[in-house]
Write a protein that binds this ligand. Structure first.
Ligand code: ATP
Ligand code: MG
Length: 248
């Protein structure tokens, strides 16, 4: 069974950027599944691929067409087939996008199949990297269960770290299995002394920085896929250092 790494944090702190560089680094040597768990995400563009169908789209389609499905195939087969369609296969990694979340109705049967499928799918990879939507709501969803490492990103502000601390706390209080958590302060080269007490109070033993990177700024201006960032970019070098330091 491979390792599952989740990236969480409040809005705009660099979650998808960091998740992309995790995929870039890990896919150099291992088989990686990227999971886009943010309905409004741009992870596919950052990874230089295109998602045509999300798991959410599939769920809606299956529900709409449930009466018209070919009797030659079981419901399970239909779901399996559709899910294969939703998988984007790139050279070095695969990507699946979750899309819209479950609606208020009970789609229990389909949801259960989807969950089982995603669990089974995860087993085929050395690493699963989940880019979460901003905030905390996703923590109560299935996609973030059984996580080996949750990176919680924050900007270098007191309020940011306090929010990251809340996410850390919540991730330990729900029916989630998160083994380790690490605070990653984005767009800064070193942790300012003034933030140390705040970080202590927020309860983070593990703390890292993800520096500001000129190449990232350029690719967000040009729209070039972030995955093609030059190998000597500071943020990428740091991402690899973090992974090796944490034995991931
Ligand atoms: N280390 C960095 N150096 C330079 N720019 C960065 C860095 N990290 C993130 N950015 C820029 O900050 C912006 C927000 O980043 P990103 O989209 O990764 O954040 P996010 O947390 O995923 O946002 P959202 O909550 O909307 O999903 C982007 O324009 C990105 O290029
Ligand atoms: Mg994002």
């Amino acid at each position: 069974m491979g390792k599952t790494i989740a990236v969480s944090g409040k809005g705009g702190v660099g979650k998808s950027t960091f998740a992309t560089l995790l995929v870039k680094a890990l896919s150099e040597k291992s088989v990686v599944l990227a999971v886009d768990a943010d309905p409004n995400s741009t992870l596919d563009a950052m990874l230089g691929v295109e998602v045509n169908q999300t798991i959410g789209d599939l769920r809606e389609d299956l529900l709409k067409n449930v009466g018209d499905l070919s009797p030659a195939m079981s419901k399970q087969d239909h779901v399996d087939y559709s899910l294969r369609m939703a998988m984007v296969e790139a050279d070095k990694f695969d990507l699946v996008a979750m899309g819209r979340q479950e609606g208020p109705g009970c789609y229990c049967y389909i949801n259960n199949i989807l969950r089982t499928y995603l669990d089974q799918l995860s087993a085929n990879y050395d690493y699963v990297v989940i880019d979460n939507e901003a905030g905390m709501e996703h923590l109560s969803r299935r996609t973030t269960r059984n996580v080996d490492m949750m990176f919680i990103l924050s900007d270098p502000t007191k309020h940011g770290i306090v929010t990251a601390g809340r996410i850390r706390e919540l991730s330990g209080s729900l029916d989630l299995q998160v083994k380790d958590r690490c605070l990653v302060i984005s767009r800064i080269a070193e942790i300012p002394e003034l933030l140390s007490p705040v970080i202590e109070e927020a309860g983070f033993d593990c703390r890292e920085v993800f520096p500001e990177d000129q190449n990232i700024m350029e690719s967000s201006l040009t729209g070039d896929p972030l995955i093609d960032l030059p190998a000597d970019s500071v943020a990428y070098t740091r991402t690899k250092e973090i992974l090796s330091k944490l034995n991931i």
